[in-house]
Design a protein around this ligand. Structure first.
Ligand SMILES: [Fe+2]
Ligand SMILES: [Fe+2]
Length: 297
C-alpha cells in the first residue's frame, strides 16, 4: 500500500514564475546573469516536478528592456513547455515591460492598452492585471482597470479567483523598493473585499515573500533572474545570483498553499530509507498516520 497522506490532492496546481527579465542576444543582465539560461532552467524544473500543472503563471518583468525580440524569445521558450504540459499560460506585464511590444508579440494586437485577461481553468478563475504604470517603475491600476476588475468580481467562480499582479501589494522591507511599490493598495483591498479572491500572486521584489492584503494572502515568487539579498542592510539594494526560485501554488477547497522551488537543481537522495518504505508498504491505509507518526519507544 503506497503512502497516501491524509488529504485529497489539490483541485488545481499553478507554477508561478516571476521576473525572468529576458534579454534577447548575448548581453548579460547586470553584466552577470544569463537570463535565457535562467528561464530555461526554471522551465525545466517546472516540467520536471511531476505535478499536473493547470497553469503556468509569469507575473511580469517578462523582459528586461521591453523589446519585441525579447518577447519573441519568451514565446519561443514558453510555448513548447505549455504545449507539453497541456496547461494554460497566464502572463502580465511589469515595470520592465513595454505594453505595445508585449501586446503585439504575445497577444497579436497593436495597442498601448493593458492586456488584462481572465483565464478559467476547470472552475478556477485567474485574473491577470497589468500593474505597470506607463513611464514609471512603481505600480498601480487606472480607473478603467479598477472598474473592469469590479465588474469581473461581481460574479464568483466555482473554485474562486486568483489575482496575478506584478507589483506586490504588501509593504516590503527595502526603502528603495517602497518607492516603486503598488500605489493605492487600500483601494485594491476595498475592490476585492467580499469577492471570491483567494490569493494574489506577485513578483517585482525579486525575493520570496508572503503577506496579506486584508484577509487575502499575497504570495510573491522569488525572481527567476536574480534575487534581492535579504542578508544585506535594508537601506541597500544588493542583488545576488541565487537562490532564484518559483512557487508551486496548490489550490485546495478551503486553502491555498505556496511552496518555494529553487531554480537550481541540487543533488537529491531519498529521505526515507528503503527499510521504512518497505515497512510502510505493509501498513493498511487507515493505520498509516498512527504507525508513521509514532516514535519508537
Ligand atoms: Fe523585476
Ligand atoms: Fe518589477
Amino acid at each position: 500500500m503506497p503512502i497516501t497522506g491524509t488529504h485529497p490532492a489539490p483541485s488545481h496546481v499553478l507554477a508561478h514564475l516571476s521576473d525572468p527579465h529576458l534579454i534577447a542576444g548575448t548581453d548579460l543582465l547586470h553584466g552577470r546573469i544569463d537570463t535565457r539560461e535562467q528561464l530555461r532552467r526554471a522551465l525545466e524544473r517546472v516540467e520536471g516536478c511531476a505535478e499536473h500543472i493547470d497553469a503556468l503563471v509569469v507575473s511580469g518583468d517578462l523582459t528586461d528592456r521591453g523589446d519585441a525580440a525579447a518577447y519573441e524569445l519568451f514565446l519561443a521558450m514558453v510555448t513548447p513547455v505549455v504545449k507539453r504540459l497541456g496547461c494554460a499560460l497566464v502572463v502580465t506585464g511589469g515595470n520592465h515591460d513595454e505594453r505595445r511590444a508585449m501586446a503585439r508579440v504575445l497577444h497579436g494586437v497593436d495597442t498601448d492598452e493593458p492586456q488584462d485577461a481572465v483565464t478559467h481553468v476547470r472552475g478556477l478563475r485567474i485574473i491577470a492585471i497589468d500593474s505597470a504604470v506607463p513611464g514609471y517603475h512603481h505600480g498601480g491600476f487606472s480607473d478603467p482597470q479598477y472598474a473592469w476588475l469590479t465588474r469581473e468580481l461581481a460574479t464568483s467562480a466555482e473554485h474562486g479567483t486568483i489575482l496575478v499582479i506584478h507589483h506586490a501589494p504588501i509593504v516590503y522591507r527595502s526603502p528603495v523598493m517602497q518607492l516603486l511599490d503598488f500605489r493605492e493598495a487600500g483601494r485594491l483591498q476595498a475592490t476585492i473585499e467580499g469577492s471570491d479572491v483567494r490569493a494574489i500572486l506577485s513578483g517585482h521584489l525579486h525575493v520570496t515573500s508572503f503577506g496579506t492584503l486584508g484577509g487575502v494572502p499575497v504570495l510573491v515568487a522569488g525572481g527567476v533572474s536574480y534575487v534581492d539579498d535579504v542578508g544585506a542592510p535594508r537601506e541597500l539594494l544588493m542583488a545576488v545570483d541565487g537562490p532564484q526560485s518559483w512557487n508551486l501554488v496548490e489550490v485546495h477547497p478551503d486553502h491555498v498553499v505556496g511552496t518555494v522551488v529553487p531554480v537550481a537543481q541540487h543533488e537529491t537522495w531519498p529521505a526515507l530509507s528503503q527499510a521504512v518504505q518497505d515497512h510502510m508498504a505493509t501498513v493498511p491505509e487507515p493505520d498509516q498516520a498512527e504507525v508513521f507518526s509514532r516514535k519508537p519507544s
